[in-house]
Design a protein around this ligand. Structure first.
Ligand SMILES: [Zn+2]
Length: 455
């Protein structure tokens, strides 16, 4: 192991230069004017992977290519892990808000500033450098590794989903490592072990066949906006719980270990309240704000529309009112079942004076890998040793759809070892990647593989 760590320490400035070369390529997947740049980035990546001793290939898809790169394979003889990342980046606009141009990487204050620095080029590049250190020092990794780096993450990963199904056998693995999440601070390296799921629906309450004069008709016909408000208002009780029968039926409870871990997270309630800018925090009774926003299910109204929205007043009974609703889900909740329960309750709440229309939207299941499991514990050890601080365990409140796809298609769990700091400006102007996170991340990766290989 020592030669690997020495190699990483010796070549730090070259790694930074190479990362800057990678960041100079404007691989904006959403803008067709950059299609050529996206392909050039995939080519650069293949060439770079080959130069460090990996067997690399560019795979054509219906849209942007996917790059795979493997260490020498020993199928069936030793464990095989995947490293997932994406080389495509978000559009850099608005350009005038960047202090230095987005595709002219600049190092200042110990960070490299460029579009894609942390999301996600810098993060998977750290893993590539770790593997380079093994290959160049002739040190055995103990396991086989395949990098899968796609070019469509920022536009929905459609090609990757098809690719996973097609290459299912080749990509069969014992686990996937993904560095595309965050850590609360450099003193709090983190393993994210759970993601919430989601389910969406749109409902419309239909009243009179047209907007009516409220002076002539008001009082004799029901008002869809009021009906909808009353229905929606009944979906939450006084304790901040979702008032839909059966909603909590399958919810996985937080363990004492998880609750203890969550108490160690750095942002306290006052800081959090200031961050979100509300006069007082709200939430389900009996849970901390960390738990409420990552480990408990919710129901939110995302949009609410009815009646006249223009200037001045307009005295009408609106013809209809509609709302967009999503629920964030936790492990064991089935998105379709939750939608069914919610739909049933809405129908029950709806009076006979109006008609109710429900349209189901997208859904994704929650994700959870036991943090006490051997893979998670190996990752925590690697984080502790490389960052020199006790790592924290995170649950993310949002979803990362591709993680579910890995589980569904390859049957493997993912370790989410994010290297992004809260102020790294992902998707925003002045995106940056902290160089300590880069180098510690490479060391973390180097320390991780032998541990995972031993399991
Ligand atoms: Zn992104």
């Amino acid at each position: 192991m020592q030669p690997v760590l020495d190699y990483l320490a010796t070549h730090r400035s070259r790694f930074e230069e190479e990362l800057c070369q990678y960041l100079r390529l404007p691989s904006v997947s959403a803008q067709s004017s950059h299609n050529k740049d996206v392909r050039a980035t995939a080519d650069w990546l293949v060439k770079h992977c080959r130069s460090i001793g990996l067997k690399a290939k560019k795979h054509a898809t219906d849209f942007h290519p996917i790059v795979t790169a493997s260490t020498p394979r020993h199928p069936g003889k030793r464990p095989h892990f995947l490293v997932y990342g994406h080389y495509d980046v978000q559009p850099p606009e608005p350009l005038e808000e960047w202090n230095t141009p987005p595709f002219e990487p600049t190092i200042r204050n110990g960070a490299v500033y460029a579009r894609g620095a942390t999301d996600n080029k810098g993060q998977h590049f750290a893993h590539l450098k770790a593997v380079e250190a093994f290959l160049k020092t002739d040190t055995d990794l103990g396991c086989d590794l395949t990098f899968v780096i796609e070019g469509e993450e920022e536009v929905g990963s459609e090609s990757l989903v098809a690719f996973l199904r097609k290459k299912k056998r080749e990509l069969k693995c014992d686990g996937i490592v993904v560095s595309d999440t965050g850590m609360p601070s450099k003193k709090h390296p983190a393993l994210t072990y759970a993601l919430r799921g989601v389910t969406a629906m749109e409902i419309t309450v239909w009243g009179p066949k047209a907007d009516l004069h409220s002076g002539i008709y008001g009082g004799s016909v029901d008002n869809p906006a009021l009906v909808l408000s009353q229905m929606l208002g009944s979906l939450r009780d006084k304790k901040g719980r979702v008032a839909v029968p059966g909603f909590y039926g399958k919810v996985q409870k937080l363990t004492a270990y998880e609750r203890k871990q969550m108490k160690r997270l750095p942002i306290n309630e006052t800081q959090y309240r200031k961050l979100v800018g509300v006069p007082k925090l709200f939430g389900e009774a009996g849970y901390t704000h960390h738990e409420q926003r990552s480990a408990r299910p919710t129901l939110e109204i995302n949009g609410l529309t009815s009646g006249y929205q223009g200037e001045g007043s307009k005295t009408i009974v609106p013809s209809w009112a509609s709302a967009k609703i999503t629920c964030r889900l936790v492990p064991n909740q089935d998105p379709r079942q939750v939608n069914r329960l919610l739909g049933k309750q809405l129908k029950k709440l709806c009076p006979p004076t109006v008609k109710l229309e429900i349209v189901d939207g997208h859904g994704a299941e929650a994700y959870h890998v036991p943090p006490t499991g051997s893979m998670s514990q190996a990752a925590l050890e690697a984080l502790r040793e490389s960052f020199g601080h006790e790592p924290v365990l995170l649950r993310e409140g949002g979803s990362i759809p591709i993680i579910n796809e890995f589980k569904k298609v390859l049957g493997a769990d993912s370790l989410l070892l994010g290297l992004a700091l809260p102020d790294d400006n992902l998707h925003s102007p002045n995106e940056k990647f902290d160089l300590d996170c880069f180098h510690n991340g490479a060391e973390m990766s180097a320390r991780l593989w032998p541990k995972l290989a031993e399991l």
